[in-house]
Design a protein around this ligand. Structure first.
Ligand code: UDP
Ligand code: MG
Length: 327
């Protein structure tokens, strides 16, 4: 690449932050260090996901001291995936890097991401081999979740794939065309094609503060992943239905046989009660699965905005728009 070409190229770094007041300054410093010898211009776009601590104030101070820092302030908490989406909607660098603001996605990997982009890869995906200090339960559930999801869906989703990646502007433009509300960005990226490469890393512990992902948030995220990328649960309900129907034919034949060809009667209070509970349970399970999908259809058809922005902040004075803007 020519030196003059490099100077005009821009790297956008998109960072969703939710109550990360203790981490932003350290993160910013580490990015500066990582970008020191990179021959491109860069910008950092923080997306404040409705923080209730001093995060917005810290971002406001930072953008006033460095014109490369921009901040987008959400009107409320919309979740990590929406914050990433908004960041990418507003990132017009030649390459866009998304990463967490708690230093679990090490900024020192940025040069490696950029090298792979220069080699011609349009998506450089990172894979978390391990997370220091992660609970045993989170490790096991995450491993099995990706195994099963890959078994039941047609799209390949990297196990351990983190939302720490570099995307060429072309790939980001394609990503913007996806308007669905139930966002499982790892799956979406897997499905858009382009030249992809993955690089592995070990995630350190969070710099400060606690993980913002509660068990319920993680469960919802996992369900979004399954329902967005697989119809297998629906089919499973159908297959179980067929199986139960065949079994019931066998049972009817047995009852008829006993009645007509023997002198015994079929005893069965316990059998009846057990089968009522069993079948009732199965039916509710089936309805539950359908409900998950129907609920998502309902959410999607409403066509509501994905997120609302309270303010766009950047250094140039008088450019901060403070009205509600709908995407
Ligand atoms: N985050 C966010 N909105 C949320 C939850 C998290 O923007 O509702 C941000 C958070 O500030 C961090 C990143 O997403 O920069 C990853 O979150 P976290 O570190 O809590 O997740 P974990 O690493 O534990 O999976
Ligand atoms: Mg984290």
């Amino acid at each position: 690449m020519q030196a003059s070409d490099q100077k005009t190229k821009l790297i956008s770094i998109v960072v969703p932050v939710y109550n990360e007041q203790e981490n932003i300054e350290a993160f910013y410093q580490e990015v500066l260090t990582a970008m020191e010898n990179i021959p491109y211009q860069f910008e950092i776009i923080f997306v404040d996901d409705g923080s209730s601590d001093f995060t917005p104030l810290i971002l406001d101070r930072l953008r006033n001291s460095d014109s490369r820092v921009k901040a987008i302030i959400f009107s409320k908490n919309y979740g990590h995936q929406m914050a990433l989406t908004c960041g990418m909607d507003n990132a017009y660098g030649d390459a866009v890097i998304t990463m967490d603001g708690d230093l679990q996605h090490p900024p020192e990997l940025i040069p490696t991401l950029i090298e792979n982009w220069e080699r011609g890869f349009e998506i450089v995906q990172t894979i978390r081999l391990d997370t220091e200090g992660q609970t045993w339960l989170k490790k096991i559930t995450s491993k099995w979740f990706y195994k099963i999801l890959n078994m039941i869906s047609n799209t390949h989703i990297y196990p351990g794939g983190a939302d720490f990646r570099l995307m060429d502007q072309k790939a980001v433009a394609s990503f913007r065309l996806f308007k669905e509300k139930a966002r499982f960005i790892r799956g979406m990226i897997g499905s858009i094609g382009y030249n992809q490469i993955s690089i592995e890393f070990i995630a350190p512990k969070r710099f400060a503060g606690k993980s913002k992902f509660s068990i319920t948030k993680m469960l919802r995220f996992a369900l979004d992943g399954v329902t967005a990328y697989s119809k297998t649960p629906l089919r499973l309900a159908f297959y179980i239905g067929v199986l139960m129907f065949l079994a019931s034919l066998g049972m009817v034949s047995y009852v008829v046989y006993v009645k007509w060809f023997t002198n015994e009667a079929v005893l069965g209070w316990a059998t009846i009660t057990a089968s009522i509970f069993f079948l009732g349970g199965l039916q509710l399970l089936g309805i539950g699965i359908i409900g998950e999908y129907v609920g998502r259809v309902f959410e999607e058809v409403k066509g509501r905005p994905l997120y609302l922005v309270k303010a766009y902040l950047q250094k140039e004075e008088n450019t901060a728009k403070t009205e509600d803007l709908t995407q």
